[in-house]
Ligand binder design. Structure first.
Ligand code: PXL
Length: 280
C-alpha cells in the first residue's frame, strides 16, 4: 500500500485540510499519515475561531518517525500557519524526500483575488520559495498571481493562464498546475505545464455556480491520491476535477444547505468507482 504524509492544519469543524485529506486519501486505498501544523476550532471563515499552533511539535514528531525507519511515497502540504513552518517543511522534504517521494504542494493562502485573513505578502513570497522544492504545485489563479507577481484577473484568456504557468515554472517545480481556470462560458477546470516535457495539458468540466470552502483540499487530496498510485497525470487531475464538481453538485441538492463545507462523504463511492475504472 502506498503511504502519503500530509502536512496541514486540523480545523476540527469545517471539512477542510486534514479532515478532508485523511478520509479522502484513505478511501482511495492509500495510507495517510498526518502532521498537524495547528489545531483550530473551525476553519478561518467562521467568526471567533480558536488556534493552537503546533510548530514546536512538528520536528519532534518527524524525528520519532525517522527513528522508526518510516518512508513516504508522497508528501502533500496544504494550509500552513507561518513561514517558520515552511522552514520545517523544507527540513521534512530533506529528511524524507528521497528521489522517489513525490512532493506535492498546494500553496493554500488566497482566493478570489485576496489573501486569507492570517496571511500577508511576505507569506506569499515564502510560499513561492517553498513551491520551488516541489515536483507538483497546484495554486489557484489568485495564489499563482501572488507568487508570480503578475496581476490577478477575474476576466482572462488562455494567454494569461500561460503567463501564470511560465511564472510558476520559474519558481522551480517540475509540474505546475493552475486550478479554477475557466476558458469558456459555463466551464472550469485546470491548466498545467510539465517543465520537463514542455507539454501543456488542460481539463475542463461543467462549472457549478457555487463556491464552497475545502473544495481545493478535495481536489488536491484526490490528485495526489491518484498520482501516487501511478495513474497518469492528466487522468489523475481529471478524476480530481470531476469528483470535486460532483461533490459540489451533491451539496447544492442537500436541503440542509450546508455553508461551510461540501458533502464529500456522500460521493466517496463514486470516487472509488472512478479509481477502479482508471486502474482497469
Ligand atoms: O481549505 C483551506 C483552508 C484550510 N485550513 C484553514 C483554512 C482554510 C481556508 O480558509 O482557513 C484553517
Amino acid at each position: 500500500m502506498k503511504r502519503i504524509l500530509t502536512i496541514q492544519d486540523i480545523s476540527c469543524l469545517g471539512k477542510c485540510s486534514i479532515t478532508v485529506a485523511l478520509p479522502v486519501i484513505s478511501a482511495m486505498g492509500v495510507e495517510t499519515v498526518i502532521l498537524p501544523s495547528a489545531v483550530l476550532s473551525t476553519h478561518t471563515m467562521f467568526e471567533g475561531f480558536t488556534v493552537k499552533d503546533l510548530t514546536d511539535e512538528m520536528l519532534p514528531i518527524i524525528r520519532h518517525w525517522k527513528s522508526q525507519g518510516v518512508t513516504f511515497d508522497a508528501i502533500y502540504t496544504g494550509y500552513l500557519g507561518t513561514t517558520e513552518q515552511m522552514d520545517i517543511v523544507r527540513e521534512i522534504f530533506k529528511e524524507f524526500g528521497t528521489g522517489d517521494t513525490k512532493i506535492f504542494i498546494d500553496p493554500v493562502m488566497a482566493d478570489n483575488g485576496k489573501l486569507y485573513p492570517a496571511f500577508d505578502e511576505n507569506y506569499a513570497k515564502e510560499n513561492a520559495k517553498l513551491c520551488g522544492e516541489a515536483d507538483i504545485i497546484v495554486p489557484n489563479i489568485t495564489e499563482a498571481a501572488f507568487m508570480t507577481g503578475l496581476p490577478y484577473k477575474e476576466e482572462y484568456d488562455e494567454a494569461y493562464v500561460k503567463e501564470l504557468l511560465a511564472g510558476l515554472a520559474k519558481l522551480g517545480s517540475k509540474v505546475v498546475v493552475v486550478t479554477g481556470v475557466s476558458l469558456s462560458e459555463g466551464k472550469t477546470g485546470v491548466y498545467g505545464y510539465n517543465t520537463e516535457t514542455g507539454e501543456y495539458f488542460t481539463y475542463q468540466n461543467d462549472r457549478v455556480d457555487a463556491a464552497y470552502h475545502g473544495t481545493g483540499d478535495i481536489f488536491s487530496s484526490v490528485s495526489i491520491g491518484a498520482l501516487v498510485q501511478g495513474i497518469p497525470m492528466q487522468k489523475a487531475f481529471a478524476i480530481a476535477a470531476d469528483y470535486t464538481a460532483e461533490t459540489i453538485r451533491a451539496t447544492l441538492e442537500n436541503p440542509a444547505k450546508p455553508w461551510y463545507g461540501v458533502d464529500f462523504e456522500a460521493t466517496i463511492p463514486s470516487l472509488v468507482k472512478k479509481l477502479e475504472e482508471a486502474r482497469a
